[in-house]
Design a binder for this molecule. Sequence first.
Ligand code: GDP
Ligand code: MG
Length: 170
Amino acid sequence: MRVFQCAVMGSGGVGKSAITVRFIHGSYLEWYDPTNRKQFSVDNQPCLLEILDTAGIDQYLTLNDMFIRESEGFVLVFSLCQRDTFEEIIRTYEAIRRIKLPEGNQIVPLVIVGNKSDLIDEREVDTTEGEKLAMEWKCSYYETSARTSTNISLVFEDIVRQLRRNDLIR
Ligand code: GDP
Ligand code: MG
């Protein structure tokens, strides 16, 4: 089976690992299995997704570039409770375009995720801002909570649909 590679990127502490673990293992902040691979069904078709959780080394830009080269799809995560993390995904997006578009790719499968939607009182970024960015980048925007599991699977289903579409175009 074709293995799709996707990277979860964003500032430290936004919940990249929590989202990945929630999706792969169905748990919150506890796991025992280091393999970030999951077989599941999207639109009644099985798929195998390998998720690169860019854990703890976000600050090393050269590594980030390497992650981008190795990945086909991107989940760009920011925290709804921290405005600077929203600004940060814009920089990551620019890096992705710089690295991916010269390869002849016109489309880069990508999803924007605003995480920690459960922390209602601490919100610093409005839904409309995320939606506006998604419109600009022609991609989807989801507000998730790894803690309560809200919308987590939608994110990865969306990326798989985009990766499949990308396979058909090539
Ligand atoms: P990473 O550095 O992006 O991988 O972030 P982590 O997954 O390690 O999460 C950082 C911290 O944010 C964790 O210790 C959690 O306490 C918290 N966190 C992650 N996701 C959520 C969420 O959806 N809601 C809340 N309230 N906290 C979260
Ligand atoms: Mg992490």
